[in-house]
Design a protein around this ligand. Structure first.
Ligand code: HEC
Length: 403
């Protein structure tokens, strides 16, 4: 364990003991979980002062925060190494985490503590993006214990719920939302507008499927006097879809099932951005994430082709769910589709969609005006496709609009 866990006295004895417990419970040194725990251990040091901004920029704490940020950067490097053997999307996400951790540490050491603090709070979105992708294996009880000790009052309700997911306290996050849904001062329309329902449904449909629980909670929300009619109707639609779907975590994931869910989501949507199809889009995303995990690094050409296609549809599913965080998940999946199999017809299609998303994200200006980093990535992906290109037709478009 690194010295910084003992240094500084951010926590009292109880938490120090719990940190020691994490340290001694470490698995074999090269397991991804071990690196995740290293990340967690640096956050044990960093989150309390970051949530109270004054403490983060306090010169008296400079040395201990700098040390914890160094630890985080080192843990990020370990995570990056683990990512190298994984699928492309995991590699891109682990690269983001490692780069961010390094930049934060550099910012802090150059005296830009306030900026480093914001970047740290943003970093938890990368954790959320990864932890909610597919069916998550397990919760991490120490994450829940850390959240209980944090003073997260400065964060929005959504920020508090997402911090729990970042620390893999999935149950705590679902329960948090369920408490908010029953709170008479929380306006249901506002909850919908602030994506609370999307976050809650992501947890109970995609990440930790429990449809009976989701249905009970949603119905209670719909029964509130202050629930607007549109939301009541939508919850009824979701309720029917959940009633007909059953979680099948043991069945082999298939592209066919995922595509069927996406088509059903399109069928029930009357306009782009219509949320009626959300249950089916979440089910499609869960199925595709399982498939990606199942295919892993995709050793054969046929597997790479299937993986690329899965990434493409995952990108489409994320686009339909909307930009739920600043982590560009759709873009990551579309890029992964291209990198996984640049000669596959889906690479061309993924490129077109990625370029469109980038252009629209940055205000509808043409590709030549995009930020240099985005432009460079697009150019690289274009070269990658062209270097492999033989004449071939684009696959037929079977689904409706991307959103
Ligand atoms: C590239 C995807 C990815 C990113 C990014 C990511 N995680 Fe994880 N994390 C995982 C996976 C997968 C597991 C489950 C590993 C297992 O159970 O074998 C996990 C597990 C964990 C665990 C539990 C470890 C254990 O011993 O059970 C913690 C804690 C954790 N992550 C914290 C974080 C934090 C904090 C961040 C962000 C700073 C983060 N992770 C970012 C994929 C990710």
């Amino acid at each position: 364990m690194r010295s910084s866990f003992v240094r500084g006295g951010v926590f009292g004895g109880a938490l120090a003991a719990f940190v020691l417990a994490v340290g001694s419970a470490q698995a074999a040194p090269e397991e991804p979980r071990t690196s995740m725990r290293q990340v967690f251990l640096s956050l044990v040091q960093l989150l309390p002062p970051a949530l109270e901004g004054d403490r983060f920029v306090d010169p008296a704490r400079r040395a201990s925060i700098a040390a914890a940020l160094d630890d985080l950067a080192a843990a990020g490097e370990r995570v990056r190494r683990h990512g190298r053997g994984a699928d492309t999307a995991t590699r891109l996400l682990t690269r983001d985490l490692a780069d961010e951790a390094q930049e934060m540490s550099a910012l802090f050491s150059r005296g830009r503590a306030a900026e480093a603090r914001y970047r740290l709070l943003d970093l938890t979105e990368t954790c959320v993006a990864c932890h909610t992708r597919g069916v998550a294996a397990g919760s991490f009880p120490l994450g829940a214990r850390l959240v209980e000790r944090l003073d997260a009052g400065e964060l929005s309700p959504r920020g508090q719920a997402r911090l729990r997911v970042a620390l893999r306290d999935f149950e705590g996050s679902a329960r948090y939302w369920e408490t908010v849904f029953r709170d008479p001062t929380a306006d249901p329309a506002e909850l919908d507008a602030s994506e609370a329902l999307l976050d809650y449904m992501t947890l109970v449909v995609r990440t930790r499927p429990d449809f009976a629980r989701a249905r009970t909670q949603l119905r209670a929300l719909a029964a509130r006097d202050d629930c607007p009619r549109y939301l009541r109707r939508r919850i009824r639609v979701w309720d029917q879809h959940l009633d007909r779907a059953e979680p099948k975590p043991d069945a082999n994931p298939s592209l066919k099932t995922a595509r069927e869910h996406l088509e059903r989501a399109t069928d029930v949507s009357d306009f782009p951005g219509d949320r009626d199809g959300m249950v089916h889009t979440l089910l499609a995303a869960a199925e595709l994430s399982r498939l990606v995990e199942h295919l892993g690094a995709a050793d054969t050409k046929a597997e790479a082709a299937l993986l690329a296609e899965s990434f493409y549809w995952l990108g489409v599913a994320e686009l339909r769910l909307g930009p739920a965080s600043w982590v560009p998940k759709a873009e990551i999946y579309l890029e992964s589709a291209i990198r996984t199999a640049p000669s596959h017809p889906y690479a061309e299609r993924a490129y077109a969609l990625l370029e469109e998303v980038d252009v629209l994200t940055f205000g509808g200006v043409g590709p030549e005006y995009l930020p240099p980093r985005v432009r460079a990535t697009l150019a690289e992906l274009r070269r990658l496709i062209e270097s492999q290109q033989t004449t071939r037709a684009e696959p037929a478009r079977r689904l409706g609009s991307a959103r």
